[in-house]
Design a protein around this ligand. Structure first.
Ligand SMILES: Cc1cc2nc3c(=O)[nH]c(=O)nc-3n(C[C@H](O)[C@H](O)[C@H](O)COP(=O)(O)OP(=O)(O)OC[C@H]3O[C@@H](n4cnc5c(N)ncnc54)[C@H](O)[C@@H]3O)c2cc1C
Length: 394
């Protein structure tokens, strides 16, 4: 039976990040992915590498500060894949957040981002409103402008895996499905299926990075380990074949005031997202007709040239699942901090990653390595993830 320092379940951004961090730290690591890299949530996000402006409203300052730091790191190490974009927040007579509130928020955002060039913000002059992709100007009071970054989430995930493999010490099994794990005194025996065969391997630590499937993976560990109480919340995006060029629009839904992004996506426009509680099998998540109608209503409301849009115009649609701490309040207001769990405090054998952000994958992986360091031997480092350049995969 082959032995690894770290075995990771799930080839999304978190699994990729831990594979890279483990390889960089000098360990042997195996990543097991059931379908294809980034086939889960990590290809169905809003594709933003952002500080998360709206998390300021719920007081998640530490998260915003960390995310802005990660955004700056991405712009340096992943320049091929992550692009700073202008964001526009139009404020109409009846918009809930007024320009002064937005500017106060953006000032705090700039403070947490160290007042770097990417944190500059201001207003678009009225004489320039015509350059905003046909944005509705009736009752428009102001357009606030700031910057955040956009990526291709699936390509970013593959780039991180590529970086891990290039360091040495990292291996990939795709497609291969984790089936069960048995705890030993100082490690885990992991069983997975690859094709027709069932394979056993050993790990000092098993990392459960299975995203919305993480509770299912955790329940396949024997003896049983604690599984945190989480909710799954569905988020849908649609693509329409009409391009936007000026930047990303951050608007309030005319139906319920929730924030929605309208974003350039190649030669088309990506619109998302929704928040629908989800209780089914994570494999079955699909955009719902009412979610598509909700997003189309946003597009029609803010871009008068699109006022005849219907579901027939949608060229692509996808839904992903957020993993959030179980609670009764609206998904929008819940903490976006990643939850890390271990089977025991000292020398953990299993570590689970629940929730989190695409933006925070590198910081999450660094945290994981710190949490499991007592289970791993001393090694010679091969690299530092903050410095490793990520290249767009071919
Ligand atoms: C609608 C939506 C929009 C979002 N927008 C943003 C955004 O703009 N910016 C941002 O920073 N964050 C965003 N997020 C959050 C971000 O997308 C997620 O935090 C991140 O993608 C989660 O990655 P993950 O690796 O944990 O999970 P996943 O990407 O879901 O990866 C889990 C993987 O595990 C695999 N797997 C499952 N079971 C097994 C098994 N038994 N054996 C082997 N493999 C298995 C799955 O196939 C899957 O590939 C968004 C999330 C959602 C839902």
């Amino acid at each position: 039976m082959k032995e690894y320092d770290v075995v990771i379940i799930g080839g999304g951004i978190h699994g990729a990040g831990v594979l890279q961090a483990a390889a960089a730290a000098g360990y042997s690591a195996l990543l097991i992915e059931r379908l294809a890299l980034a086939s889960g949530t990590s290809s169905r996000s809003s594709k933003l590498i952002h500080g998360g402006l709206r998390y300021l409203e719920s007081g998640q300052f530490a998260l915003v500060r960390e995310s802005l730091r990660e955004r700056a790191i991405h712009l340096r190490i992943a320049a091929d894949l992550v692009e700073l974009k202008p964001f526009f927040i139009p404020v109409y007579r009846d918009t809930r957040r007024r320009p002064w509130q937005l500017k106060l928020g953006l000032w705090v955002y700039a403070l947490l981002g160290g007042f770097g060039a990417a944190t500059r913000f201001g207003s678009v002059r009225e004489s320039d409103w015509a350059s905003l992709d046909g944005l509705k100007t009736q009752d428009l009071d102001a357009v606030v402008r700031y910057h955040d970054a956009q990526t291709n989430d699936a390509l970013l995930t593959r780039a991180v895996v590529q970086s891990a493999l290039s360091l040495g010490g990292a291996e990939l099994k795709v497609p291969a499905a984790f089936t069960r794990a048995a705890l030993r005194d100082n490690g885990v025996t992991v069983t997975y299926t690859a094709g027709e065969s069932s394979v056993d391997c050993g790990a000092r630590v098993l990392i459960n990075a299975a995203g919305p499937w993480a509770p299912l993976v955790a329940r396949a560990v024997e003896p049983a380990i604690a599984v945190p109480d989480v909710d799954l919340v569905q988020g849908t995006h649609i693509v329409i074949p009409f391009p936007l060029t000026a930047g990303i629009y951050y608007v309030e839904s005319p139906t319920d005031g929730r924030a929605v992004f309208v974003m350039p996506w190649g030669r088309a426009t990506l619109i998302g997202t929704t928040e629908t509680p989800y209780r089914g099998d994570p494999d079955d998540v699909q955009p719902l007709p009412q979610e598509e109608e909700y997003l189309l209503a946003v597009a029609r409301h803010y871009f008068p040239a699109w006022n005849r849009l219907t579901r027939e115009d949608i060229t692509e649609r996808f839904a992903g699942l957020r993993v959030l701490p179980a609670a009764t309040q609206a998904a929008f207001d819940r903490s976006r901090e990643t939850i890390f769990t271990t089977d025991r405090d000292v020398r953990p054998r299993v570590l689970g990653i629940y929730g989190g952000k695409l933006t925070g994958w590198r910081a999450a992986a660094a945290h994981v390595m710190e949490r499991i360091s007592s289970s791993l031997p001393a090694t010679v480092r091969r690299g530092t993830t903050e410095q490793l350049i990520l290249r767009r995969p071919a």
